[in-house]
Design a binder for this molecule. Structure first.
Ligand code: SF4
Ligand code: SF4
Length: 231
């Protein structure tokens, strides 16, 4: 069996291309997680060896990174992640003769559960707000992943980081729909807020470079922005 690829060089390359955080996990471990065991996994995921998880920080000083439009990739932040992934994919082929394949964002479209993968790869932990919470940026990150046909040194999970244990729960208090009122995240309540956001788009006074359409949807981020971790 080929030796596992060293992680440091891969991380350096990913960061030089613009990723804020990067980590790696083995696919076999990921598929053993509860959410993946309950789910029909695409054969391409099952045959891969490693998953590389990239995070891009979404600073609240730049809300437009997260605004949805009707272009491919949906948000400027996600389009940037897709570009990083494509460049990394070429780099893997050239540097290691390793085939990397881009994973779609959604687990239900041949992807994986990205938050689970990020936790396994040591990027952060699951917060009470149902989001990945990273030490460096709190929950203010967006994720994408690459599948690799070689083992890479694993980088997680994180130990000694459990910010929610001692926190007052700012995220839960910030929710306008009380989506955490029963102690667990209620997607149906969050969905009501998303529908409200969809019916009330942001209208830009003039087009912004890279964002030609003027109507954008700014989905609620209150439970994300209220978190003090990584400030
Ligand atoms: S605000 Fe507090 S409870 Fe909520 S995710 Fe952040 S650390 Fe955890
Ligand atoms: S995104 Fe908004 S509505 Fe949804 S859970 Fe977070 S705070 Fe509540």
């Amino acid at each position: 069996m080929d030796p596992a690829l060293p992680f440091d060089k891969i991380a350096t390359q990913a960061v030089s291309l613009g990723a804020s955080l990067v980590g790696a996990a083995h696919v076999v471990t990921l598929l053993a997680s509860p959410s993946h065991r309950r789910f029909q996994i695409d054969w391409r995921v099952q045959e891969a060896r490693s998953v590389l998880v990239l995070a891009l920080a979404h600073d609240d000083a730049k809300p437009e990174m997260d605004w949805w439009d009707n272009r491919q990739g949906r948000t400027p932040g996600n389009r940037r992640l897709i570009k990083i992934n494509r460049k990394l994919k070429k780099w893997f082929r050239k540097t290691y003769a390793v085939e990397a394949s881009e994973l779609p964002y959604n687990a239900h479209q041949r992807g994986v559960f990205l938050k689970d993968a990020a936790v396994l790869a040591g990027l952060g932990v699951m917060g009470k707000n149902n989001l990945l919470v990273t030490p460096q940026y709190g929950p203010r990150v967006r994720l994408r992943a690459l599948l690799l046909d070689r083992f890479v040194q694993c980088t997680g999970p994180l130990t000694g980081f459990s910010p929610c244990e001692t926190c007052e729960g700012f995220c839960m208090r910030a929710c306008p729909k009380e989506a955490f009122a029963g102690g667990a995240y209620r997607h149906d309540r969050c969905r009501q807020q998303m529908e409200k956001n969809e019916s009330d788009p942001v209208v830009l006074a003039s087009p912004v470079v890279g964002m030609p359409t003027r109507f954008k949807i700014a989905y609620c981020r209150l439970c994300e922005l209220a978190c003090p971790v990584g400030r």
